[in-house]
Design a binder for this molecule. Structure first.
Ligand code: ZN
Ligand code: ZN
Length: 362
């Protein structure tokens, strides 16, 4: 049984709220609700006050919510309106300043909350996300398990890939292998992109069939205990790589290797991103690397911190991030390699296998 961190997380959140002069926080972003209480349902209004944690949900979760939350929250189930119930819960506490998660509430719901209470409503961002950016050993273990599962699924599927198969067919085989090996769900739509379509960083898996000697880019994930892994491999199908393919591949691999080796906590997102970007830009291909280097991984597949040219936020010790440089040439194709890295106390630790030597499926 892994350690129960929920009380510790709520304590840390309360301390953060207090230091900002707030009397409470209404948590509505579902991954944050899960992080603080363990509740995994789709309807949740979580009020955190100094002395109380109240989870309001609806009839569908009358059994599940108390079972999952246990001692971590007082559960209130409302048959009619969770908002009315929240209003009654809020009026049971003294007035003060209550934060809302501005990245998760619609404008309409924010107005609704303001109408429920005479407390001052303060739009906030990322209070819980900042805590989530630092992973506990159990969280790291779950991401490691998800990465391992994803790699095993890929290893099973790669030898079955052949010229003439469609991206969707390959995607289906991969997704089936992921699920069979225990992935709870696909954390994001699997990307299988062949030939020139590999130059689309967020390609949608299509009916296109893979031709001989073409790139095949696979960007896929797995989820264990709610925690996500995110991997990308790019392989050549049906032939040996030609000279240009090899040169582009080696460049991306070199950029990724530099970032994996030198990324450290305390660097800003921009500095982390630059580790790989300098390698690619140094060869004159800066324009072809049009996205950021990586993102945090956890209960969400994209979370804090970001490794991006626009981020001056330091990467905290304990973060888990993807390192995924890519180089894309429209009409020709692209290469992306993505691994998952934990910035732990004892230095950076790869959670995925980092096995990025060029694979030619011949
Ligand atoms: Zn990915
Ligand atoms: Zn990613």
């Amino acid at each position: 049984m892994p350690a129960d961190r929920r009380a510790e997380r709520q304590r840390a959140l309360r301390a953060a709220l207090e230091s900002e002069g707030l009397d409470g926080l209404l948590v509505t972003h579902l991954p944050n609700v899960r992080y603080l209480t363990g509740f995994t349902g789709s309807a949740a209004l979580l009020l955190i006050r100094a002395q109380a944690t109240v989870l309001v949900t609806d009839f569908r979760y009358a059994v599940q919510a108390p079972a999952e939350a246990g001692d971590a929250a007082t559960v209130e189930v409302d048959q009619k309106s969770v908002w009315d119930r929240l209003g009654r819960v809020m009026s049971g506490f003294p007035q003060g300043s209550v934060g809302i998660e501005s990245h998760s509430l619609t404008v309409k719901d924010a107005e609704r909350v303001a109408g429920l209470t005479r407390s001052r409503i303060v739009p906030l961002a990322d209070q819980v996300e900042r805590l989530r950016a630092v992973k506990s050993p159990e969280e790291v273990a779950a991401i490691r398990a998800a990465a391992r599962l994803a790699q095993e699924a890929l290893a099973e599927v790669l030898p079955t890939i052949a010229v003439g198969q469609s991206e969707r067919e390959i995607g289906a085989t991969l997704e089936a292998a992921l699920r069979r090996r225990g992935s709870e769900w696909h954390p994001f739509p699997t990307i299988v992109a062949s030939g020139a379509r590999s130059a689309l960083p967020h390609a949608r898996t299509s009916a296109r069939t893979v031709g001989r000697g073409e790139w095949l880019l696979l960007d896929f994930g797995a989820q264990v205990d709610g925690y996500c892994a995110d991997l990308t491999r790019t392989v050549v199908v049906g032939a040996r790589a030609d000279e240009r393919q090899r040169a582009v591949y080696d460049l991306v691999r070199c950029a990724q290797g530099r970032a994996l080796e030198h990324l450290r906590p305390g660097m800003s997102g921009r500095e982390g991103d630059a580790l790989a970007r300098e390698v690619i830009a140094g060869r004159g291909f800066g324009e072809a690397f049009g996205h950021s280097l990586g993102h945090g991984l956890g209960l969400e597949v994209h979370e804090a911190p970001r490794l991006a040219p626009t981020s001056e936020v330091p990467v905290p010790q304990g973060a888990v991030v993807t390192v995924e440089p890519g180089v894309y040439f429209p009409g020709w194709g692209g290469v992306r390699l993505e691994d998952d890295l934990h910035l732990g106390q004892d230095g950076p630790e790869l959670l995925s296998d980092g096995r990025t030597e060029l694979v030619e499926l011949v």
